[in-house]
Write a protein that binds this ligand. Sequence first.
Ligand code: PAF
Length: 211
Amino acid sequence: MKIIRQPQRMTAWSKEQAVAGGIIGFVPTMGFFHEGHLALMRRAGESADLVAVSLFVNPTQFGPHEDLSAYPRDFEQDCTLAKNVGVDVIFAPEAEDMYPAGFNSTVTVGEELTGQLCGASRPGHFAGVATVVSKLFNIVRPDLAVFGEKDFQQLAVIRKMTADLNLGVEIIGHPIVREKDGLAMSSRNTYLQEEERKSALSLSRSLAMAR
Ligand code: PAF
């Protein structure tokens, strides 16, 4: 498994694969992998010849009082896990490579999709996501990309942006991967105290009951 840090080198790798006829599947992530991430990587591998995974904790999608500096990270373990599920390349840029001095462009998707639910309490979050995902698509140049349905609003925003901007990437949604007791897997679950974790189960239980 290759580890690439520079955007230009990532694009060069992708161009080489495309010339050789390889279909590239892509999974954008912020790292600290769990079974949910690995399921997205396996899904990408089912439809592609090569799987690229980006590992980048994107500062522009965090609000000023959110958990950017505390966000869990374990690069070595992530590389081992990704390698074990057959990932071909990890793209792990530095923030300065993605947002060099003078960077001043933003991709925004209309309020109809971004102004409610999570977007209502996280102003600027989806602009940060749309901007970084469009940059990642331009750098990695995948044929398809897999996103989890856990972040359902994000998936809708990315589908809309990809269609509106003719980005030419097939977007595949993957069902939520849950712990045995029903909690949706998430890197941020490590923040939960025992009591909070218990009460979080009310979400999956209510959904199951409603269904
Ligand atoms: O879902 C995530 O982990 C992030 O929002 C994404 C899509 C990798 C963009 O930074």
